[in-house]
Design a protein. Structure first.
Length: 309
């Protein structure tokens, strides 16, 4: 197998894993399905291991295939960056862009306008993952992620997108039963929905700004969850107070399903960053995406003085 054939087979393998189908992957690359099947058979034979498990309904990677997939994504990404660094003429990004973000940002901000990005860059295919798990960008071959808070990973660089206003709220039923706090100190007599993600410690604090300083109030709670949708659902069921970016529950606040408390006390804003692995040359596909999300977040939350990690 020649070197170029090898890279083509790696591209095919990545497409099969991401689409879960030989047929869809082959169609996307403009090759016959039989050609795709033969190429993967040759690849598995050369590596001496099975990469894919095939059933009548889907195709998924074996444990060895999953490891190989992550390596392939990194290798081909670096190849694209190397070509982009020396390619003459105007940029015309192509290939696959892998992005990761919280589900609320995907559903409420990015996906409603994703056709705008597609219109600008029709040669880019997008793979979007969302959830509350902290993804290893380098290890899993993710090009760019949107993350709230101050990124702690020194291998990442980033650009600040927004300062997200936060709200403390609860269901009307909970407040009718327990009472409405009239001062931050009263939060200690309440219940909070506790939250954890991955290996992080359980968070049971509510933050309020007092005399120009952020004060964290530890609050008891009996319900602990590990994803954002359950966090909101628990509050709707009267399990306690929650604190989160206002935009993610604005519709529920407007309908009265959740009620803001301590509205006359400021809450610390939550910074949002677009982060990506630190490399000498930023791939054009990543740069155009970051430039675009800077635009749409500025329209939603206001422009910021440019900030970088």
């Amino acid at each position: 197998m020649r070197a170029m054939d090898r890279f083509d087979s790696l591209t095919l393998f990545i497409r099969i894993v991401e689409t879960g189908s030989f047929t869809r992957a082959a169609n996307g690359l403009g090759i016959p399905r039989a050609t795709a099947t033969l190429a993967i058979q040759r690849l598995e034979r050369r590596l001496g291991t099975r990469l894919l498990e095939r059933t009548t309904r889907q195709v998924r990677p074996t444990p060895e295939g999953q490891i190989f997939h992550e390596r392939c994504v990194r290798i081909l990404g670096e190849l694209e960056e190397a070509e982009a660094a020396i390619r003459p003429g105007p940029e015309s990004p192509s290939g696959v862009l892998r992005i990761e973000m919280h589900g609320a940002h995907a559903r409420r901000i990015v996906l409603p306008r994703i056709q705008e990005f597609r219109h600008r860059h029709p040669a880019l295919d997008i793979v979007l993952t969302s959830g509350d798990r902290r993804v290893d960008l380098v290890g899993e071959g993710i090009d760019c992620a949107l993350r709230a808070g101050i990124p702690e990973d020194s291998s990442l660089v980033g650009r600040r997108l927004a300062e997200l206003a936060q709200v403390i709220c609860a269901s009307p039923a909970y407040l009718a039963r327990v009472g409405i706090p009239d001062h931050p100190e009263a939060l200690r007599q309440h219940q909070v929905v506790r939250f954890f993600s991955g290996s992080s410690a359980v968070d049971n604090t509510l933050e309020v700004i007092l005399e120009g300083r952020t004060c964290a109030f530890e609050v008891d709670g009996w319900m602990t969850v590990n994803d954002a949708s359950s966090y909101v659902a628990a509050a709707l069921e009267g399990c306690g107070l929650i604190q989160l970016p206002r935009f993610s529950v604005a519709d529920r606040l407007a309908r009265g399903e959740l009620v803001e408390v301590l509205a006359d006390h400021a809450k610390p804003a939550l910074p949002l960053w677009a982060v990506y692995p630190q490399r000498r040359q930023l791939a054009p596909r990543v740069r155009v995406f970051i430039d675009w999300v800077v635009e749409i977040y500025a329209e939603c939350f206001g422009s910021l003085a440019e900030g970088r990690l």
